[in-house]
Design a protein around this ligand. Structure first.
Ligand SMILES: Cc1cc2nc3c(=O)[nH]c(=O)nc-3n(C[C@H](O)[C@H](O)[C@H](O)COP(=O)(O)OP(=O)(O)OC[C@H]3O[C@@H](n4cnc5c(N)ncnc54)[C@H](O)[C@@H]3O)c2cc1C
Length: 283
């Protein structure tokens, strides 16, 4: 048995939506050995496993997760000089963005206010304001079959909210970012943060944008045009502030959020002939 293994842990506490039933097993992982031990324990016992960072892009099911959740809590941070930063995957992506910009480094301005981990940001290729995680990234270290392998940036495929990690099994454990000197980066970041607070329901429980923007248009604009802004099912609501956000306005269930997602997809398909794809991971 793993020393820190917990049973029946409510995933609502590990999701920015504040939604989700219990994980049958839950392992807080502070070291690579914890992650490797958890992965092999799950394999040996024929149990499914899933690594999570800050749960800011996940909708967990009401009935819970019938397997092992590995909670990535690896948080070391190294400033290696000349704008090169090496951080572990559980480190706060927002904090990384703020710390580096304050020191006059450019490349991660957009990260401020994204409530994910570095691992989750790489996995999702998080982005905003024309920047994305993959651009300043130089390498990623991945744990697979008990071994850590360093993968150079050029060997990883990235796209709009896509990384090739979405097609593989490994766990991202560490990454290196090369940033560029730019004394205006911090003031640019403050403007981006201001814009975020003005246009997004930033203080409410959500998982950020629910749908990917279809090529050449905005998912939020389409949802607004078909008249769904402000629509509620139970405690789940399409934000009156930003139609691509679904918020948990109190007591929402995963099923209610899923019903709103289905309603948006079918209405936008019927009225605008556009098939919206989920950006949020439906676990
Ligand atoms: C208010 C708000 C604003 C947001 N704004 C933005 C934005 O501007 N731009 C944007 O792109 N996103 C945004 N998001 C969405 C979200 O914050 C990002 O997608 C973030 O990168 C997810 O990181 P996480 O650690 O929370 O991932 P999680 O939700 O924990 O996990 C997401 C996926 O990544 C996988 N994963 C996580 N860590 C690892 C790892 N170490 N190794 C392998 N797989 C892993 C998980 O298995 C899961 O499939 C926003 C969310 C909120 C709530």
């Amino acid at each position: 048995m793993l020393p820190y293994l917990q049973k029946n842990v409510p995933l609502s506490s590990y999701s920015t939506f504040g939604i989700g039933g219990e994980a049958s097993f839950f392992l807080p992982c502070k070291t690579i050995d914890d992650l490797a031990g958890g992965m092999s324990w799950a394999e040996e016992n024929g149990i499914i496993s899933l690594v999570i960072g800050h749960g800011s892009n996940c909708l967990f099911p009401d009935q819970g997760f019938p397997g092992l959740i590995l909670h990535n809590e690896l948080v070391s941070f190294e400033d290696q000089g000349s704008g090169f930063f090496v951080v572990e995957a559980g480190y706060s992506f927002s904090l990384l963005g703020v710390q580096t910009c304050r020191e006059g480094w450019s490349g991660l301005e957009f990260a401020a206010g994204i409530p994910g981990s570095v691992g989750g940001a790489i996995f999702m290729n998080a982005g905003a304001h024309g920047q994305e995680t993959s651009l300043p990234l130089r390498f990623v270290e991945v744990l697979e079959h008990g071994k850590v392998q360093r993968i150079p940036r050029q060997e990883i495929r990235f796209g709009y909210r896509f990384s090739s990690f979405q097609e593989k099994k490994g766990i991202i454990v560490r990454a290196g970012f090369q940033l560029q000197k730019d004394d205006a980066s911090y003031s640019r970041q403050l403007q981006m943060l201001e814009q975020r607070k003005k246009t997004q329901p930033y203080r409410e429980s959500s998982a950020g944008c629910v749908f990917r923007n279809p090529p050449g248009c905005s998912a939020g604009k389409l949802i607004e045009e078909v008249g769904l802004k402000g629509t509620r099912i139970g405690g789940a609501e399409i934000s009156p502030m930003h139609a691509n956000f679904i918020v948990n306005s109190g007591g929402a269930t995963s099923a209610q959020v899923k019903q709103l997602i289905d309603l948006v997809q079918s209405t936008v398909l019927e009225k605008r002939n556009v098939r919206l794809q989920c950006e949020v991971r439906l676990i």
